[in-house]
Design a protein around this ligand. Structure first.
Ligand SMILES: NC(=O)c1ccc[n+]([C@@H]2O[C@H](COP(=O)([O-])OP(=O)(O)OC[C@H]3O[C@@H](n4cnc5c(N)ncnc54)[C@H](OP(=O)(O)O)[C@@H]3O)[C@@H](O)[C@H]2O)c1
Length: 284
């Protein structure tokens, strides 16, 4: 990892925070996107304490906004001539439907569209830096989820929680189509399930989940364990050239049949591109 440049989202908490710290300890320079300047500054200070002299950097953006994600991608690309690894990891789980000011369902916007838009905005840098890698944090809860292109964001679904499973299915389909499109460029794209990990991901949940979460978390993996597969996919020579795969515990695994459907993956890409193009760019 020495001298590698890693761009990572969701590095202010949980799995992403551990991945950023461990990669920095191995010599990577960490460029991270945070939404909260206070939590971001704490993360930056930790990185500088752990791995000084590496000029780690923080960029502030709300990844629930397509326009802000596009803006931060442009800012990072302008500041960094080389990007070796992009880790799309920021995510949330909600028990209610929230529509963003851009008109997107928030789980879909943050958990899927941000991966899509940030990757699109940094792709020229990753291609120019090849061999390079893209790592997307997905989840085993994609199993059982299904995309309905007539209502991709689940705006008409009675069950707001199902948005999370669909967004994680999107992560795997996005990785699949991305890998196909990147064939021959030297840029690989893989995704992973980190396990059931004790983090703040369920902090926004109410009702029974909030009540039982402290008890259920006792059986969860630590963020250190959850970050292992991200670190492996970002840094191990064993996965050099490996692309389009879904990993769990540092091993490739077959995701659900629905997550292996190339036609659905291609359609999701087109729909994501269409949705992103409808959202105006921020004025400078
Ligand atoms: N925990 C699990 O059991 C589990 C299982 C499978 C998959 N995953 C996946 O793992 C990934 C990381 O989750 P985690 O468990 O580590 O959760 P976490 O501790 O809640 O971390 C989520 C990260 O995303 C950031 N984030 C949230 N909303 C954002 C926004 N609008 N703009 C920018 N950043 C935002 C958070 O920033 P703040 O610090 O400001 O909140 C935080 O850094 C997610 O993709 C999740 O779906 C988790």
């Amino acid at each position: 990892m020495k001298d590698s440049v890693v761009v990572i989202t969701g590095a202010t908490s949980g799995i992403g925070a551990v991945a950023a710290m461990r990669l920095a300890e191995r010599g990577a320079r960490i460029i991270f996107v945070a939404r909260d300047p206070i939590r971001g500054t704490e993360t930056l200070e930790k990185l500088h304490r752990l791995a000084p002299n590496l000029e780690h950097r923080m960029f502030i953006a709300d990844l629930g906004s397509v326009a802000d994600t596009r803006r931060v991608a442009a800012d990072i690309a302008a500041a960094e001539s080389r990007i070796d690894i992009l880790i799309n990891n920021a995510g949330t789980m909600l028990d209610r439907r929230i529509i963003t000011p851009e008109g997107l369902e928030l789980t879909f916007a943050l958990n899927h569209m941000a991966y899509f838009v940030l990757t699109e905005g940094l792709l020229h840098r990753l291609v120019a830096s090849a061999p390079s890698r893209i790592v997307n944090t997905a989840s085993s809860v994609h199993k059982g989820a299904k995309l309905n292109f007539a209502d991709l964001q689940g705006l008409e679904s009675p069950d707001a929680l199902s948005a999370y499973g669909r967004s994680k299915l999107c992560n795997i389909l996005f990785t699949r189509e991305l890998a196909r499109r990147l064939a021959g460029t030297g840029v690989t794209a893989n995704c992973l399930h980190p396990g059931f990990v004790a983090t703040r991901i369920a902090a926004n949940m109410g009702g029974i989940v909030r009540l039982i979460n402290p008890i259920v978390s006792l059986f969860a993996t630590s963020p250190e364990g959850g970050a292992e597969t991200i670190i492996y996919l970002a840094s191990s020579p064993e996965v050099e050239g490996v692309t389009g795969q879904y990993f769990y515990r540092c091993s490739p695994m077959a995701p659900s049949a629905g997550a292996q459907d190339d036609a659905v993956a291609a359609r999701l890409w087109e729909e994501s591109e269409r949705l992103a193009s409808q959202i105006p760019r921020q004025s400078a």
